[in-house]
Structures are given as structure tokens and as C-alpha cells.
Design a protein around this ligand. Structure first.
Ligand SMILES: [Zn+2]
Length: 133
């Protein structure tokens, strides 16, 4: 009957492994290659998310350029500008249960009708008149 350890394969090159039961790679070369690729993958993931967050902030800043401390905008326009709603830096819920999402110092919350209210600067977000919107 074959032991499970007989079927072990190197995590990098997938060749059968001989030796200690906890061995995961053929040798140091395979281990280094595997770890390098994994770190690069993690780095790319973080870099892509950071870029998306910065792009989202830039879109909100553009929307706010001609406005005062807050303005309304439709979801479609935000999407057309490339806004990605699933990426934000913070979210908090007001006393009346409205969720405000933020990208750094800009925030937005869904209006009861269509679209979103965009708020500039974290101080304004924290003191925003969320009630009755
Ligand atoms: Zn290997």
C-alpha cells in the first residue's frame, strides 16, 4: 500500500520528492523560485489595489472640482469615469444607518433616490448631515 508521502511533488517543478516527510521542494533553487513568484504575486495584488484606490480618489476629486463641500452624481457617471465601488479605504455607518464609504479624504453615500452624494475632506465626512438624506 502506497504511503501518502510517496506522492509528494515539488511545489515549484512538480517532480516527485524524496527525503524528509516535511520536504516541499526538490532543492533550494525550487524553493527560491517558488517564494519569489509568490512574493511577486502578492506585490502585484497590493499594487493593483493601491492603483484602483488612488484612481477612485482622483475620480471623486474630479467630481468635486467645481463643487463646494458636497455634490450629487449618478452611479452611471461614476462607472463611466472608471470608478470601482468595491474598493474603498474606510466605511462607517451614521446613527440613522446610512453607510458612508471613503477613498482617503473623499466620501460618498447612496442617496434614497438615484445616485450618490460625494463629500470632500474627512472632516466634512465626519460631520456630514447624514440625517434626512
Ligand atoms: Zn523542484
Amino acid at each position: 500500500m502506497a504511503r501518502q508521502t510517496d506522492n509528494r511533488k515539488c511545489l515549484w517543478c512538480e517532480q516527485p520528492i524524496r527525503g524528509r516527510a516535511d520536504k516541499k521542494y526538490c532543492d533550494d533553487n525550487c524553493r527560491n523560485a517558488f517564494n519569489n513568484q509568490r512574493q511577486e504575486g502578492e506585490y502585484n495584488l497590493v499594487r493593483n489595489i493601491n492603483r484602483t484606490l488612488i484612481r477612485n480618489r482622483r475620480i471623486l476629486a474630479t467630481v468635486m472640482q467645481q463643487a463646494g463641500s458636497e455634490t450629487c452624481i449618478s452611479k452611471d457617471i461614476l462607472l463611466q469615469m472608471g470608478f470601482q465601488f468595491k474598493y474603498f479605504t474606510q466605511a462607517f455607518t451614521s446613527a440613522d444607518g446610512q453607510v458612508c464609504h471613503c477613498c482617503y479624504d473623499y466620501g460618498y453615500l447612496r442617496l434614497p433616490e438615484e445616485g450618490f452624494l460625494v463629500i470632500k475632506k474627512i472632516e466634512n465626512i465626519l460631520t456630514a448631515r447624514l440625517t434626512g438624506r
